[in-house]
Design a protein around this ligand. Structure first.
Ligand code: GLN
Length: 495
């Protein structure tokens, strides 16, 4: 086995047993990135020198007797999370050479834990998208079929994990951006509860739904990463005040050998939705069968308002984006149009040249939805329906422990198939936006493979498991049981 094939837990174990050093593991990844990144475009920045220096420090810390689940483990970070010394671009021309003055809280925590940051991964510009095609630096390719998208917006992180270009990664999820690429790339992705992880240093998109979470090769790895990055933060007043207990998540995965005593709700609206392909439906039904075999009770539930998730999300999201992107004015951050002749011209030219089409579209829609006379009709109305969507979930969680269903209606689509039709791209979020609007944790894990409708090689299919707010531990326990009973997560793309 090559060092780059090891997951987070196995890498830490190898380091602990002195089978190899962090420098050796880091070098193995850097070499593989050199070979494969030109083909996949998963990384926008490879921080080779910084990674090797961090690996050396980690090896010294181990030599001095320190231990830790991430000490010396090489990871990839989505490029909308700030890192001192490594540029943070958000895959936008407006931040092409942006160097942050501070580390995101999650980065501080990873560095304290001794993790090695290999580099920064590709995304849709400012995380707006579902395919990673909205990147100003070219799309990432799906490692299972490089003519297909990896999903988005954290497509770089998911592709890097799936193709062994890192042991594990961080992504961000506002309306599906961790879960969607996880299902398209056949890896584990956890959208954390809103407030579970500090957003300080995450470039804001939709402040009321943005979260950071792990993308990994296994549930255990996701548990280890979340344990390190979770917890309250004085720099983010929306963080949940309670930290997880020491080792809570790693313990959660060993609490159950089966799913006996647990009730799972399958939203009946989701399995009958138009556009759900036969191949995906089959895998989800099989997954439901596995849950039953493991002793879980499966019942039909109804989320009647979840179908309004997309319209509500696409009013609230651009509204918050229009406010959040106002800071990129050509003066304080990033790209500055030197040819501008007056202040207004600086704004217009810097933003006009710096932002790509999707960011501009969202700024315009959001500015409209928030403007006097339209605010009540759009933004306020969307917030009211959002509350009803939350209540839908609250009601269902009175009688079930988790909700299970598809993550995406189909497998990864071809590059270019939807990127010129924004509405089509927005519809990709159908199973994603409800949990985001409600702030609930949601786990996507490998549940099989299906051939694309239009023909081609088998592609990964993910199962989505939505849990109670702040109960990520339950998702890890359930997810681990499912993972142990199946082999989908073991298959890797041939590259
Ligand atoms: N597809 C969603 C969007 O375009 C998801 C984005 C996200 O989660 N960052 O807004």
């Amino acid at each position: 086995m090559h060092l780059y094939e090891l997951d987070v837990v196995a890498t830490a174990e190898g380091l602990r047993q002195k089978e190899f050093s962090s420098v050796e593991a880091t070098q193995a990844y850097l070499e593989r990135i050199d070979n494969l990144n030109p083909k996949l475009n998963a990384y926008l920045t490879v921080a080779a020198a910084e990674a090797l220096a961090a690996a050396k420090t980690a090896d010294e810390r181990r030599r001095r007797g320190e231990d830790g689940n991430l000490l010396g483990v090489p990871l990839a970070i989505k490029d909308n999370i700030t890192t001192v010394g490594i540029r943070t671009t958000a895959a936008s021309k407006i931040l092409e050479n942006y160097q942050s003055a501070y580390d995101a809280t999650v980065i501080k925590k990873l560095k304290d834990a001794g993790a090695v940051i290999l580099g920064k991964t590709n995304l849709d510009e400012f995380a707006h998208g579902a395919s990673t095609e909205n990147s100003a630096f070219g799309p990432t390719k799906n490692p299972w079929d490089t003519t297909r998208v990896p999903g988005g917006s954290s497509g770089g992180s998911a592709a890097a994990v799936a193709s062994d270009l890192c042991a594990g990664a961080l992504g961000s999820d506002t309306g599906g951006s961790i879960r969607y690429p996880a299902t398209f790339c056949g890896v584990v992705g956890l959208k954390t509860s809103y407030g579970r992880v500090s957003r300080s240093g995450l470039l804001s998109m939709t402040s009321s739904t943005d979260v950071i979470g792990p993308i990994t090769k296994s549930i255990h790895d996701a548990a280890v990463l979340l344990q390190t990055i979770a917890g309250p933060d004085s720099l983010d007043q929306t963080t949940y005040p309670k930290s997880p207990r020491d080792n809570e998540y790693a313990e959660a995965i060993s609490t159950r050998a089966d799913l006996k005593g647990l009730r799972f709700g399958v939203p009946k609206e989701w399995l009958s939705v138009g556009g759900l392909t036969a191949g995906v439906a089959k895998m989800i039904k099989e997954a439901i069968g596995t849950v039953q075999k493991l002793g879980g009770e499966v019942v039909d539930v109804s989320l009647p308002y979840a179908k309004y998730g997309i319209p509500v999300y696409y009013v609230i999201t651009p509204s918050e984006i229009s406010a959040n992107l106002a800071r990129y004015d050509g003066i304080r951050y990033g790209y500055h149009a030197t040819e501008a002749t007056n202040l207004f011209d600086v704004y217009a030219k810097s933003r006009g040249k710096g932002f790509g089409p999707e960011a501009k579209r969202r700024i315009m829609i959001g500015t409209y939805a928030l403007s006097h006379g339209y605010y009540d009709a759009y933004y306020l109305q969307a917030q009211k329906v959002r509350t009803i969507i939350c209540q839908d979930f609250d009601k269902v969680f009175k009688s079930v422990d988790a909700i299970i269903g598809p993550a995406a209606p189909h497998v990864a689509f071809k590059l270019g198939a939807k990127v010129s039709d924004p509405l089509k791209m927005y519809l990709e979020d159908i199973f994603m936006s409800p949990a985001s609007l409600a702030g609930l944790p949601s786990l996507v894990l490998p549940a099989g493979f299906a051939k694309p409708e239009e023909g081609g090689e088998e592609m990964p299919v993910g199962l989505q498991i939505i849990g109670r707010r702040f109960d990520e531990a339950a998702l890890f326990a359930i997810g681990h049981c499912f993972e142990q009973a199946t082999e989908h997560h073991i298959r890797r793309p041939k590259l």
